[in-house]
Design a protein around this ligand. Structure first.
Ligand code: 2AM
Ligand code: CA
Ligand code: CA
Ligand code: CA
Length: 284
């Protein structure tokens, strides 16, 4: 069993490692990179995603040989289903916002979550371009470059700035009307919408109150592991868009400044989906 001091040491070590990986990240951001498609043409990876992940994994493995690691690119290469055990497990996204990274659009970051006994216990989100490092340890608050951060006080949807993260409609054409229905509903009900192309950065922005909420479906554990803990430790709420219980291994995420706002968005999304599905039925 890891105690509080262990977890603090784990996260301090991972922070140092992340800062070093940030140097590679910065080289790749402005420079040449090799871009490849994974299984689908819209699912891109660069040589820097692989380089950064390798460096992080080898650093963590040499310091903590008995810890488990789930990494986006490692998982993709081995075509493994990520499995969570009770052991301390590092959940790594070497570059979150790969398309932004490829286009030199600076909303992109390294994200590392730590789960112990299947519970999120630590998180680091680092944007090397702005040199902003968001961190959290369970029960100890959330921080930006060492200073405490808190979610906003907005409780009403009509006053909220909301991140909606939809991937290309090209690969979700089946759900096109669901996506467009939600977009329309949230656009009308809120003060404004943003779409920055990095789930982890968006979670960090909810944690510091720059965004009031976000909603993203079909994500992967490495997109959210660090950010979910950082939002919760900053005072925010994280809900599953449909289910009772949020599972960061199968994340359909609503994160918000507080539970009132999160519930309001959940209700709006579910009512909108119902209307869309009824329309579908009347068309067929
Ligand atoms: P990635 O850059 O690490 O792939 C982009 O809209 C956001 O969604 C990013 O955080 C991106 O992570 C994530 N994402 C998850 N699955 C994706 C997919 N299949 N295609 C594009 N982005 C995806
Ligand atoms: Ca990816
Ligand atoms: Ca990601
Ligand atoms: Ca990634």
């Amino acid at each position: 069993m890891s105690n509080e001091i262990d977890i603090r040491n784990y996260i301090e070590f991972a922070k140092e490692l992340t800062l070093k990986a940030g140097e590679i990240f910065k080289c790749g951001f402005e420079g040449q990179k090799i871009v490849e498609a994974k299984e689908h043409e819209w699912d891109l990876v660069t040589d820097y995603d692989k380089k950064i992940e390798k460096q992080l994994i080898s650093g963590l493995k040499s310091k903590f040989p008995d810890h488990e690691i789930i990494g986006e690119e490692d998982t993709a290469e081995g075509k493994k289903e990520p499995v969570l055990t009770d052991k301390p497990t590092w959940i790594i996204d070497p570059i979150d916002g790969t398309l932004n990274f490829i286009n030199s659009f600076p909303e992109t970051c390294i994200s590392i979550g730590l789960a112990i006994c299947k519970e999120l216990s630590g998180g680091i989100i680092y944007n090397p371009l702005s040199d902003e490092m968001y961190t959290a340890i369970k029960g100890q608050g959330a921080f930006l470059n060492g200073k405490p951060i808190h979610t906003s006080c907005v409780t009403e949807l009509k006053k909220a700035l909301i991140e909606l993260e939809f991937f290309s409609l090209r690969f979700s054409s089946k759900n096109r009307d669901i996506i467009l229905g939600r977009l329309d509903a949230v656009l009308h009900a809120s003060r404004g919408i943003r779409h920055i192309g990095s789930a982890a950065m968006a979670l960090a922005y909810v944690a510091k109150g720059a965004l009031d909420s976000l909603h993203m479906d079909h994500l992967q554990p490495w997109d959210v592991a660090a950010g979910v803990l950082i939002v919760r430790e900053a005072g925010g709420a994280v809900l599953d868009a449909k289910e009772e219980r949020y599972d960061f291994m199968k994340p359909n995420t609503i994160a918000a400044a507080n539970c009132t706002l999160a519930m309001e968005i959940k209700e709006l999304i579910n009512n909108t989906d119902l209307k869309t599905m009824r329309k579908r039925l009347t068309r067929t």
